[in-house]
Design a protein around this ligand. Structure first.
Ligand SMILES: [Zn+2]
Length: 279
C-alpha cells in the first residue's frame, strides 16, 4: 500500500448522555468530538474523510422538525472550526480539494459537503438512497438532514459498491476486502455494517502510524472496541441494525486483540481527539 499522511480535524462537538453511546454508561451528558480526517496523498493531494459539523448544520436545524435534532444533541462549533476553514488554514483551498470520502450520511459527517464544490464524492449508494428517501421527521429522528445533501451530489458521487475490491493486508483479519478508491491500493473503503444504512470505514497506510483504520461510527470510542461494549439496543435499533452493529464491533474487537498496534480511529473518540490537541 502507498503511504499517505493524515491530519485529524476536530470539527465541533455534540453533547449527549454517555449512556446512549455505550451500554452501562452514565446518564450524565458527555462531550463527543466530531472528527474529520484530512488525508494527503502523494499524487492526489488533499482528500477529506468526512466533513464534520459546519454552519450549514445550524441553518438546517433551525426549522421544525429538524430543530429536534439540535435539542437532542446540542452542538458546539467555534468560528473557523469547520473542516473547510481548517483545510484553508493549512493551505488547502477547499475549492481545490478533488475528493471527499463520506463514511455515512449522518448530518455530523456530511454537513460540510457543500463547501467542497469541485470534489468527487466517494460514498455508499445504499446510504445515499436511504438518506434521499427519508421523510423530514423520520430522517431527523435518525440523524439525517436531507437539506445538507447538495443538489448536484448524484452527479459527483462514485459509489463504494461499484468500486473494484482488493484483498486487505492479512494483518487486518477478520476484515478481508476493501474497495480500492483510487485504483492504486492507497485508500481502501471497508463496509462496517449496522450503524446505519451504507456505513463504511477506510483503511490506509499512514506515514506516521502504519496501518490505520478509520472506523467512523462503528464504535463511539476506542474504549468501546477494547471492551467490546456496544451502545444500548435502543440506540442501534433506532439508527440501524443492532445485530449487524454488534457483529461489526466484535470484528473490530477481535482485530484489536490480534493486532493492537494497528491504529483504529472512531470519529467521536475523545481519546483520539485529545491526541489531536482537542481533548
Ligand atoms: Zn453516525
Amino acid at each position: 500500500m502507498r503511504e499517505v499522511r493524515t491530519i485529524p480535524l476536530i470539527t465541533g462537538r455534540c453533547r449527549h448522555p454517555q449512556r446512549m453511546t455505550i451500554r452501562n454508561g452514565s446518564w450524565q451528558p458527555a462531550d463527543f468530538p466530531a472528527m474529520a480526517m484530512l488525508i494527503v496523498h502523494p499524487d492526489e493531494g488533499p482528500i477529506l474523510f468526512d466533513t464534520g459539523y459546519d454552519p450549514a448544520f445550524l441553518a438546517a436545524t433551525r426549522p421544525f422538525p429538524e430543530r429536534l435534532y439540535r435539542w437532542a444533541t446540542p452542538i458546539r462549533l467555534e468560528p473557523g472550526q469547520d473542516a473547510a476553514s481548517q483545510c484553508a488554514k493549512r493551505g488547502f483551498d477547499p475549492a481545490g480539494i478533488r475528493r471527499l470520502i463520506l463514511s455515512h450520511f449522518h448530518a455530523d459527517h456530511i454537513a460540510g459537503t457543500h463547501r467542497f464544490a469541485n470534489a468527487r464524492i466517494h460514498c455508499a449508494r445504499s446510504g445515499l438512497e436511504a438518506a434521499s428517501s427519508s421523510g423530514r421527521f423520520s430522517g431527523t429522528r435518525r440523524g439525517i438532514l436531507r437539506g445538507l445533501i447538495p443538489a448536484d451530489f448524484g452527479d459527483r458521487a462514485r459509489f463504494f459498491e461499484d468500486t473494484p475490491t482488493v484483498a486487505l493486508p492479512p494483518d487486518l483479519h477478520p476484515f478481508e476486502h476493501g474497495a480500492d478508491l483510487l485504483g492504486d491500493g492507497s485508500l481502501l473503503a471497508v463496509e462496517l455494517p449496522g450503524h446505519c444504512p451504507g456505513h463504511w470505514g477506510l483503511v490506509l497506510r499512514d506515514k506516521r502510524w502504519g496501518l490505520h483504520f478509520l472506523v467512523a461510527d462503528a464504535a463511539w470510542s476506542l474504549d468501546a472496541i477494547r471492551r467490546n461494549m456496544p451502545p444500548p439496543a435502543m440506540t442501534t435499533a433506532l439508527l440501524g441494525h443492532t445485530g449487524r452493529a454488534r457483529g461489526t464491533l466484535d470484528a473490530l474487537h477481535r482485530l484489536w486483540r490480534r493486532n493492537p498496534e494497528i491504529r483504529l480511529t472512531p470519529c467521536h473518540c475523545a481519546e483520539r481527539a485529545g491526541e489531536a490537541g482537542g481533548a
